[in-house]
Design a protein around this ligand. Structure first.
Ligand SMILES: Cc1cc2nc3c(=O)[nH]c(=O)nc-3n(C[C@H](O)[C@H](O)[C@H](O)COP(=O)(O)OP(=O)(O)OC[C@H]3O[C@@H](n4cnc5c(N)ncnc54)[C@H](O)[C@@H]3O)c2cc1C
Length: 394
């Protein structure tokens, strides 16, 4: 197997690296606050203007028509440079691949450019108070009225929805049909009459999540994505992007693994903490394992992308990816906390906080990884039934 990059790919990497090094902002406030969200959107606009926001998209929507390999390279450079998380992620990584696959030309033309620039951002409206893992059990509904649909119901855990302009969500359109068959995927403006978005406080007392209520909300039929009662199949395309390639590319974990290695070296040299004698010698093995696992995920992804570029598709194996990256993220941060010992507990603002307290922050967020994008228990069921062909759980 040849794992070297072509000269074209190397040139692409070099161009991305130079631009990112010159432009990446630092010290942005949390994207779960109004001020932080605004700052992140400014950064998204800058990326878009330089045509780095959505490198693999067609030029008409702000992309560079880069191939998937180049997209992975860009992601590596993005996280390597320490650039901030993407507040446009629900749109560009989840909805957009679904729009390219199932959307109408009109929907692509109306939504993609603003999504790429951050002019309009998207919330995901799937979970409900009684439908999370069992998503097909959702009860929010839509009934047709002329060329409109009328939406009623409630969504929950919608990430940063208080700051978003639109929501993509699943609603029951045929109550008589079996659970998975009577659902439709809608694109809903959050400023429509009858929509109420209510913030649910996050760990840092911020606005990380929201509940969204719909009372007779009218949505035009041109905003049905992928056909009436076809919502489950369309939603699974979005889920495949969320679990598989696009939401959590390997560049993110490679960058964390590199930072972990750097932290280990600083601990061994005594620059951080109580010096080498205070470290449990087994931690060296943990650091190496983390780094190898991150690299394994990277190589596996290059293999998957090579198959996709050759005409392959990504099916239920996306669930394997999701289990791997989410558990890797927890291990990376747990190892960092073990290296730091008591120092890990210091508040972000404390003078002696190491790396601005990011390891504890990252650890707390990593604990959500096995839950969002479908819990890992559910992913293991998918792998058992649909990848390994084991009998279905009753
Ligand atoms: C950080 C974060 C961001 C999120 N963002 C969004 C968002 O933007 N939009 C959105 O719609 N949702 C979002 N969610 C919600 C997320 O999709 C749900 O939390 C998830 O699907 C689990 O649903 P639940 O919380 O209702 O748990 P439940 O479904 O009640 O599950 C509880 C526990 O039971 C287990 N379980 C349930 N059924 C089975 C089974 N059949 N076999 C084995 N174990 C089972 C689960 O694995 C879990 O451990 C987010 C969640 C988090 C943590």
């Amino acid at each position: 197997m040849d794992l070297t990059f072509s000269p074209q790919h190397e040139a692409f990497r070099a161009e991305a690296r130079v631009w990112l090094e010159a432009n990446v902002p630092s010290g942005l406030a949390s994207m779960n606050t109004a001020e932080g969200y605004r700052q992140h959107l400014e950064w998204e606009r800058k990326l878009f203007d330089a045509r780095w926001a959505v490198v693999s998209w067609p030029e008409e929507y702000g992309g560079r028509e880069a191939d998937l390999m180049e997209w992975l390279i860009f992601e590596e450079e993005y996280y390597r440079s320490g650039a901030p998380g993407r507040v446009t992620q629900n749109g560009i990584f989840l909805l957009a691949p679904t729009l390219f696959e199932h959307g109408t030309q009109d929907q692509r033309d109306r939504y993609l450019r603003d999504m790429a620039s951050g002019a309009k951002t998207w919330a995901q409206g799937w979970s409900e108070p009684n439908a999370g893992s069992d998503l097909a059990g959702l009860t929010s509904r839509a009934r047709q009225d002329g060329d409109h649909w009328v939406l009623n119901g409630q969504k929950t855990w919608s990430t940063r929805a208080v700051f978003c302009d639109y929501l993509f969500g699943l609603f029951r359109t045929d109550p008589e049909a079996t659970r998975h068959r009577g659902l439709t995927y809608f694109l809903v403006p959050l400023d429509a009459e009858g929509v109420t978005v209510r913030s649910v406080g996050g760990l840092h007392d911020d606005e990380a999540f929201a509940e969204v209520f719909f009372e007779d909300v009218r949505v035009h039929e041109r905003d049905v994505l992928g056909g009436v009662n076809q919502g489950w199949a369309v939603a699974m395309a979005t889920a495949s992007s969320e679990r598989g390639l696009s939401l959590r590319s390997p560049g993110r974990f490679m960058a964390t693994a590199d930072r972990l290695l750097d932290l280990y070296r600083r601990c061994v040299s005594g620059e951080v903490g109580g010096g080498p004698l205070s470290l449990d010698p087994r931690l060296a093995d943990d650091v190496v394992r983390c780094w190898m696992d991150a690299d394994a995920y990277r190589l596996y992804t290059f293999q998957a992308v090579t198959a996709l570029m050759g005409g392959g598709t990504m099916g239920p194996e996306a669930s394997l990816n999701k289990i791997f990256w989410s558990e890797l993220d927890v291990r990376l941060h747990e190892t960092a906390l073990a290296l730091l010992g008591q120092l890990a507990e210091l508040d972000i603002d404390a003078d002696e906080a190491v790396d601005h307290g990011r390891w504890m922050d990252g650890f707390l967020f990593s604990l959500a990884g096995p839950i969002y994008a479908g819990t890992n228990e559910i992913q293991r069921n998918v792998v058992a039934e649909r990848v390994l062909g084991l009998p279905r759980v009753k």
